[in-house]
Design a protein around this ligand. Structure first.
Ligand code: ATP
Ligand code: MG
Length: 353
């Protein structure tokens, strides 16, 4: 029997509007093969909407999608709109309201893709970043005193809660447990940031006792970024706070060739609410409107959505098509050294499936 999922689609801004249709094309193709159907509920939530109405999304937006099975997002943000608007007017409300406290980002070097790191073979780089997605450094607590005066003071609080840290660490330990290498790395900066980061370290050490067969290590974020470049083969699962996880998950895809292929999942692991799937890249205003954006990050995010919905074999079919396209020198976009356009890559992947 065909299973049908209701998915909120938010193409957003810039290349988001170009890559989302390719994600849908590939999901439809794999759905036809695996008896999965989608009801796409498209939303115009975007900076364009903000410019017309003063809001990224309507006031009752989240109520309207609370019962959906997933959210498929392109990218939001535009140079004429202040940066914090798309983050605080759309992404953060969705991530928090739907308790998507895990941001999962695979980092993988594919055969047929050149890493900017010399002498790196595909098997060398294959790890997962688990970013805390609901609290930490991205907080609205703080403010400015004596604004504009020589005595100005600016405060930005970083908030960790025991529940918030434990639940994301639990997810990371369970993920490491499920992988052959069973290795988990934690990113902090406990020498400089002396309250929140040692607390994270404490929670990490305490939880490690529940997982005796997992090898754990911890690095300060500064040296960890160096290891990502010099020893990417050391890593299996890497867990970090909201800010540190964000930085690591731009660096990770960069060492595997292009940010254009990197996917992400904003997960509510308990499945009380819809999870959200989006490429790691942004709206890329510099190339928007030309039809040359790489759609693979969006398409791979669709695979992560299928995996979360309980269709790992359909998810694997998408990843296998990406592997083949890249290994067999199929059409590729400019960021990967090719000349194909966005639609050609989407169609080639749908055909492979
Ligand atoms: P955000 O703040 O939303 O994360 P950003 O400022 O980090 O955005 P991106 O929009 O991710 O920027 O773009 C960074 C660079 O990567 C740009 O030069 C852009 O053209 C390129 N880029 C991003 N995504 C793609 C893609 N899918 N295909 C090709 N190039 C891309
Ligand atoms: Mg970015």
């Amino acid at each position: 029997m065909t299973k049908t999922y209701k998915i909120a689609v938010i193409p957003g801004d810039g290349i988001g509007k170009e890559v989302v249709p390719e994600g849908i094309r590939v999901l439809e193709a794999v759905g036809a093969k695996f008896d999965i159907a989608f009801q796409w509920d498209e939303k115009d939530w975007s900076c364009e909407r903000w410019q017309a109405t003063g809001r990224m999304m309507p006031e009752d937006a989240l109520e309207g999608i609370r019962g959906h099975d997933g959210i498929f997002l392109g990218a939001v943000g535009w140079p004429t709109v202040p940066d914090h608007v798309s983050l605080w007017g759309l992404l953060i409300p969705i991530r928090r309201e739907f308790r998507q406290y895990v941001n999962l980002r695979p980092v993988r070097l594919f055969e047929g893709v050149r890493s900017p790191l010399a002498d790196r073979a595909p098997g060398d780089i294959d790890f997962m970043i688990v970013r805390e997605n609901n609290e930490g450094e991205y907080s609205e607590m703080g403010g400015r005193l004596n604004k504009g005066t020589p005595d100005e003071v600016v405060i930005q609080e970083n908030i960790f809660t025991r529940k918030g840290v434990d639940r994301v660490l639990r997810y990371a330990f369970d993920l490491a447990q499920s992988r052959p290498k069973k290795h988990l790395t934690s990113a902090t900066k406990s020498n400089g940031i002396i309250h929140t980061m040692p607390f994270w370290d404490e929670c990490f050490a305490a939880m490690a006792k529940d997982y005796p067969d997992i090898r754990t290590d911890q690095f300060h974020i500064d040296i960890l970024t160096a290891h990502f470049v010099q020893h990417p083969d050391w890593f299996d699962v890497v867990v970090g706070s909201n800010l540190f996880g964000d930085i690591l998950s731009d660096l990770g895809p960069a060492v595997t060739g292009t940010i254009g292929i990197a996917p992400s999942a904003n997960l509510n692991p308990e499945r009380e609410f819809p999870s959200m799937f989006e490429p790691v890249h942004g709206s890329a205003p510099d190339i928007a409107g030309q039809g040359i954006a790489n759609p693979i990050g969006q398409i791979w995010s669709g695979a992560m959505m299928l995996d979360h919905l309980g269709h790992p074999e359909a998810a694997r079919a998408i990843v296998a098509a990406i592997e083949r396209l890249l290994a067999e020198k199929g059409p590729r976009t400019r960021d990967m050294g090719g000349t194909a356009d966005t639609v050609a890559v989407g169609k080639a992947l749908a055909d492979l499936i």
